[in-house]
Design a binder for this molecule. Sequence first.
Ligand code: FAD
Length: 285
Amino acid sequence: MIKNKFTGEEVVFSCEVFPPKRNDDIYGIFKTLDEIKVIQPDFISVTYGAGGGNRKNTVAIAAYIQNICEVPALAHMTAVGMDDEKLALLLSDLKLKGVNKVLALRGDKPKTMTEEEFNQREYKYASDFIPKIREVGEFEIAAACYPEKHPESQSVEDDIIHLKEKTDKGVGFLITQMFFDNSKFFSFLEMAEKHGITTPVHAGIMPITSANQLGTSVTLSGSSVPAELSNMIAKYGASPEDMKKAGVEYAVNQIEGLLKEGIHGIHLYSMNKSDVTIDIYNAIV
Ligand code: FAD
């Protein structure tokens, strides 16, 4: 169980990959995973239709991580667009392939779905979805949390109140949305603790290694961008090589700041970049 790793003092290091947009690029991600496996992360997670992306290959990639790379795989899954039958099929497919860890998410409204369809979803929140996965048994279940609140929440506290409902449904550990300012994460942890949340929290770090990441992933996440990071992008953004170096350095500094405060769960949003993932891992362990 991944959750047991959080009780030790060792750094728990994991990363996220996403399925390529085109099905015929799947060998590219396999190659990336072959490179990442050398550092033997504690687990590798695979997204499921994130940002309107590809859902099709999540199981195949999770199976590759689990069986070929021999690294524990965590398959993301979303409640949106799911019903009991589809869920049973997805879980049995994962089980058959030896994948027994899932990140249970509500998900966002896909562009192709109407507001009405979205509102009629079978599982309203992740906290309704989790018990359905638990019913099947044998899956370790993780969930998401948001140090700077989920974009739909009125406040961090309001979001944490719902997060407590979610962790009460039986969540092994939480993975945070990306954040770039450690103080936001520490405030969140303090408030979560006040609300009785004892579930281990794995800190999500996204290395910004190209200027256009800010315009896409970061904007969508709603995470705030400290002046130090925007100045870095202004200074190095035009030079891909310098930007990559500066982005790795920023992420390493951020992680070192967390480790210094006794946080030892680090989840890297790898953006499918094995070199960046390995450089950061080697700098922090
Ligand atoms: P929930 O926990 O259900 O919360 C959603 C909102 O509803 C929050 O504002 C919450 O406060 C509120 N809420 C919860 N319960 C209640 C209630 N009872 N009453 C009123 N309000 C309530 N998306 C993908 O499509 N694919 C992925 O692979 C993916 N991976 C992700 C990985 C991580 C680590 C994170 C942080 C996010 C990921 N996402 C992914 C994005 C995620 O699907 C969206 O952020 C989504 O909008 C919320 O999902 P959730 O499970 O956090 O939702």
